[in-house]
Design a protein around this ligand. Structure first.
Ligand SMILES: *[C@@H]1O[C@H](CO)[C@@H](O)[C@H](O)[C@H]1NC(C)=O
Length: 272
């Protein structure tokens, strides 16, 4: 009995209790999908390989197909054949490193054409193939930020076209949003306004790793100061008028009293 059949008959029942039995070659990509890569930087994809005790990896292949298109063209990026799994990239900027149960693909100087669905295929010594996929896309800058008002719900909605991982933040008159102005929704795209009437300048700032872009909504000037000034002026005028009237009344009364006294004098003079 050779070693393999010994293991199969004596040890195999033990492996049946394991989640993975004797023959189970699995591979999965460790990166979170989709992977976004900034142009010019490096794309690094790692995959983990698990194999049964009787299995041996005989080949690892990294390939790529376009994400869209009717006749997707499959491009082989690197192959790692044989027991030693010495890898060879098909281009100078492609490097693959394979260690025991992990294989890593690195593409330096990533460009838009490097986007697509990446596939890592592991072949065992019986010729069984297992493949794992991972979508890779270019990391896009923030594009076309827009700000609109939803009058019926007293809210401002900020939109962005296709930037990667956009983060939204808000400003009112170039300062942080306070409770008196409103409240930003959890995803950051909506500002629910609590101020009434709505006035002043609102700015939505959208940013990601490549920079930021903003849009401003102007809701007309706030009239708190404007309304205060005429009121004060009216008050002052009314006070002045009242004061004037009082002065005029006092003067008139004094004048009348003098007149009456004069008339009394004249009267007395006549009588004497
Ligand atoms: C305003 O917001 C509400 C709630 O989010 C939404 O149902 C409605 O369609 C919006 N109206 C406009 C004109 O966008």
């Amino acid at each position: 009995m050779d070693l393999q059949s010994f293991l199969c008959w004596r040890v195999a029942p033990l492996f049946l209790l394991m989640p993975c039995g004797l023959r189970c070659l699995t591979v999965h990509v460790l990166n979170e999908e989709p992977v976004h890569v900034i142009p010019g930087s490096s794309l690094v994809l790692s995959a983990q390989i698990e194999q049964g005790p009787l299995e041996e990896v005989s080949m690892i292949t990294w390939e790529r197909v376009p994400e869209t298109g009717r006749a997707p063209e499959r491009v082989t990026l690197a192959t790692c054949p044989g027991r030693s799994l010495q890898c060879a990239g098909t281009r100078p900027n492609v490097h693959v490193n394979t260690k025991q149960q992990e294989t890593t693909l690195q593409i330096n100087g990533y460009s838009r054409a490097d986007g697509g669905v990446y596939a890592v295929t592991v072949t065992d010594n019986a010729g069984t193939k297992t493949t794992a996929h991972c979508i890779v896309r270019e990391y896009e800058a923030v594009h076309h930020v827009s700000l609109s008002i939803n009058v019926s719900h007293s809210s401002l909605v900020c939109g962005e076209a296709w930037g990667t991982d956009p983060k939204f933040s808000w400003l009112y008159e170039r300062a942080a949003i306070t409770q008196t102005v409103g409240q930003v929704s959890r995803d950051g795209t909506t500002l629910v306004l609590s101020m009434n009437p709505i006035c002043g300048h609102f700015t939505c700032l959208v940013s990601n790793k490549l920079g930021y872009s903003s849009a401003t909504y102007s809701a007309g000037p706030c009239e708190t100061e404007g309304r205060g000034t005429p009121a004060a002026v009216v008050c002052l005028v009314v006070l002045l008028l009242l004061f004037g009237a009082l002065l005029a009344f006092l003067l008139w009364r004094r004048h009348r009293r003098n007149n009456r006294r004069e008339r009394l004098h004249n009267h007395l003079d006549d009588a004497i």
